[in-house]
Structure formats: C-alpha cells, structure tokens
Write a protein that binds this ligand. Structure first.
Ligand code: BGC
Length: 360
C-alpha cells in the first residue's frame, strides 16, 4: 500500500465518520418553564442539558418561558415543532396546559420527553425523567420533625407555617402529600399547631413558586399571628422550594429575625442564593437535586430515541399522567445543611468555593 492508498483510505474513513455522525445527529428542542435568573432552570438545567446533548452530537435549541407564562411556552413548543425538532424535551409551566395542544400538533414522528415535571392528560408524552419528589417532601418533613424533636416524650406544641408550589405543577401535589404524610400525625396529636383548613394544598400554594408571593403571604401570616422574635414564637416555615424559602426569609427579616434566631426554614433546589443563606445560618436546609445527573440521564434517553433504541429506565412501568403510564427514570436527592454544604456542593464542583465567601 503506497502513501496515496493510505491517504484515500483515511479520507474514506473520515467521510464515513462524518456521514455516520450526521445520520445520528438529531435536532432537539428543550423547553424550560421559566427564565427567572435565580432559579435552577436558567442556571443549571438549561445550559447543562444543552451541553450534554451537544456532546452526543445533537443540534440543540433551548427556550425559557418568560416569567412562567403558559402561553409563551405553548408558542415555544409550536416553534420547536415548526422548526423540525424530532425530539422535544419539555418541563411544563403547567402540567395540564399543554395536553390539548400536544394532542393536536404532536404527530407520531415527534418524541416528547417530560423533564422534571410530568405532562398530564395526553398520550403524546413518551418518557418522563425526574427526581424523586416524594422523597424531597419526606426528607423536608423528617428534617422538621427531627429538629423540633417532635418524637421525644417531652415534645411541646410547635407553631409551623406551610408553603407549597402551585397546584398546576404536578410536583406540588407529590411534595405536599409526602411532607404532609410525615407531619400529619403531629398535627393530629396537637404537637404541630396548624388550625384545620389552613394547611390544605389550596391554601398553602404559592403561584409560580414566586418569591414575591411567598413574601407577601408570610407578611400577612406574621401580622395575623403576631409572630416575631419578641412576639409569638414561630418554630418552622416549611417551604417546599428555595424561591419560596427566600420570600419567607425576606418577610421574617422584615419582622426582626436575625441570623441565629430565625425559625427553621426549609427549601429545595440548592439555589445559589439559598446556599449562601444556609451558610449564613438563615435558611436551615435545602434538598439538592443535581441537575448534572438529570441532564445526563435525559440526554442518554434522547440519544437512544434518536437511534431508534429503547432507552434504559429504572421505572419502566411508568408514572400515570391521567391518560397513560409514562415510562419514567427517577433520580435520588440529598439533604443539604451547613454541615455538608461544602462537601456536596463545592467539592463536587456544582458551585465555586467563592459561593460561600459572601454573606446573605
Ligand atoms: C421543581 C423544583 C422547583 C420548582 C420551581 C418544581 O417543579 O421540581 O425543583 O423548585 O419547580 O421552579
């Protein structure tokens, strides 16, 4: 074989590789539920998912629904379909709102993967990749029971307030049920003081998981119940995510609480601002949902779909969305407190060490 043969053999190999890659590359659309700069979607999920999919050779477009707007997300989905994306990964603003639209416009050639939040009421969703929300709620409930020592024989009644996400997000009901599942026995035996009717999902939900609405609700509660460092003792505010936690904390700060005397405030996501707040003894805990793992799993599933293979899932029997069981992959979660924040979030490279430099 002379040098010319070697060169043409190499060119053929390179050409085959290019063709092979092109054949495998897919146009993939990603729809995230909000463009809020402080929440996980914009900072982690969107960019990390894009990166993972691109590493596998796909062409990716990411769109964020501005301010959790359902109509904006519908338009974005429509644009993704018109642009010819054959796999669309969607984290819905509102779990039920896309069903009619999807029934009408998503044809059999398009695969839909629900990301973190389930899409309900439609056959057109193919896969669901998410964290174990039931475990998030359970871990939050158990943390509060433990910190307030409610299991001890000499336990005294505690004042607790409760703030959950909106009922339009399928995760809210799961979080609510699991956190309440842990707290309910203590409500029943009088160790948690929540007047009946005040702790329902309806009453405790915060529209769009909004910090501002959580703040307003907490201010109203503080005023009504005269909570404060010098007033009625508030023992815990069970917030089912970090943005809600930040809203509650703003209201508590306004009422005179300071680091060291805040009630227990819980959260979920380990948003950067909330991590600073944990580090500064303001927020008590958060639940870490490592978006890097969620993105990597989702990318694997999308990649398998693009190759017409059946993805490997750990809950293939699926999650019922009101119409069908959507084959699911579910990931575990971890409680973060001041004690393990460095190990879990800094040492793992999720945040730079400088995150802990500045105070809340
Ligand atoms: C997610 C949470 C997030 C919340 C608000 C939920 O669906 O599971 O991680 O905090 O939406 O963005």
């Amino acid at each position: 074989m002379n040098i010319r043969h070697v060169i043409s053999a190499m060119s053929l190999l390179m050409l085959t590789a290019v063709c092979f890659n092109t054949a495998m590359a897919e146009k993939i659309g990603v729809l995230m539920p909000t463009d809020n700069l402080q929440k996980r979607w914009f900072n982690h999920d969107g960019p990390v998912l894009k990166d993972e999919l691109e590493k596998l050779g796909h062409t990716v477009t990411v769109a964020y629904a501005s301010e959790d707007d359902v109509m904006v997300q519908k338009k974005q989905l429509q644009q993704m379909i018109i642009a010819g994306n054959k796999i669309i990964i969607v984290s819905p603003v509102d779990s039920a709102s896309l069903s009619e639209f999807m029934d009408q416009y998503v044809d059999a050639s398009i695969y839909i993967i629900a990301y973190d939040r389930l899409i309900s009421g439609t056959e057109k969703v193919d896969y669901f990749v998410t964290f174990d929300s039931a475990d998030v709620g359970k871990k939050i409930g158990e943390y509060v029971v433990d910190k307030l020592k409610l299991k001890e024989p000499e336990a005294q009644p505690k004042n607790i307030e409760f703030m959950n996400g909106p009922k339009e997000d399928s995760n809210s009901a799961v979080l609510y049920a699991s956190a309440m599942g842990v707290l309910a026995p203590y409500i029943k035996n009088g160790l948690i003081n929540i007047p009946s009717g005040e702790a329902s999902l309806e009453k405790t939900q915060i529209t769009a998981w909004s910090k501002q609405f959580a703040r307003e609700r907490m201010i109203r509660i503080i005023d009504q119940k005269n909570y404060g460092p010098k007033g009625e003792k508030l023992d815990a505010v069970v917030c089912l995510n970090d943005s809600i936690g930040r809203g509650a904390i703003d209201a508590l700060t306004r009422a005179g609480y300071e680091p060291g005397n805040y009630p227990i405030v819980t959260g979920q996501d380990c948003d950067k601002l909330s991590v600073k707040s944990i580090w500064s003894d303001v927020q008590s805990m958060s639940v870490f949902k490592d978006s890097r793992r969620l993105a990597a799993e989702t990318a694997k599933i999308a990649d398998a779909v693009s190759k017409k293979k059946i993805p490997s899932l750990n809950r293939p029997e699926g999650t019922f969305n009101g119409v069908k069981n959507v084959p699911t992959h579910i990931l575990d979660v971890e409680v973060v407190t001041k004690e393990n924040v460095k190990e879990v979030l800094i040492d793992s490279g999720y945040y730079p060490a400088s995150t802990l430099d500045s105070f809340y």
